[in-house]
Ligand binder design. Sequence first.
Ligand SMILES: [Zn+2]
Length: 273
Amino acid sequence: MRGRCPGIVAVLVILIAIAAGTPAAWADDSADAGQQVVAAYTTVKGSVRPDPGVSVAASKKKLYDMAESYIWAAIPPDCRPLVSRLELFAAQTSAEDAVDGTATPNDDGSRWTLSFDWGEAESAVVERNADDEAVFDEVIAHELGHILSLKSDQFTDDDSRGTYSDSDGTFRKSAYLNAFYQDFWKDRYPGWTDKDGDQEQAAALYGAHAQAFVTEYAATDPSEDFAESFASFVLQTKPIAATERSKKIRFFYAYPELVKDRDFLRQNLDSAN
Ligand SMILES: [Zn+2]
């Protein structure tokens, strides 16, 4: 059995700043201490049920259910068996450095808990704020990018083949993230080291290579770059530019199953329609 980071392996923190046009502010991935779960759902054979272990304010239940329905409806059929739980949390930290969503594997890495910020879900799904719809859809696509690239079948116990490895394990030669790493990270950034989501290093890397990343957060590490680029692949039209970041978005078109996921997500995410 492969050892896995027991905590959050996949965190997207985003800016409330899109509307304001100000630079993104990102937090590190240790912000889960500042979250309180307000609603939780377990998935059993394709259906979603409220977790009776989490008591929910009766006045809010309908609204939470709306958000859950929206999220679940957007998840492509081939990804649904990988999701064991959906959670909505209330962020206790300031909006500037709030975590928007997380994807956390179960102990054996076979299924995942997806968690989303309730404040953002409410604004996007209930109030239909267009800017927040766009952000929320990005978060959903980003977290699915993590699940697709970190699911069990992407890893190998054979670490002798020079494939990419990170704190989650060693990737198979055919793994999405290994291919992404070989194409876009290997030998590119000599000074870069994996520093567990260090945002200062990400800002510096982005500052030096802005055209190589779809967002500053993407410069965190190959895994976040993959998830951010995947979200752009889902939500943007296919780019034609010769820039590195456009190549990263086009990377996903080589995988028919991911194009299928993209089509499904676009049909069900409001900001893509
Ligand atoms: Zn992430």
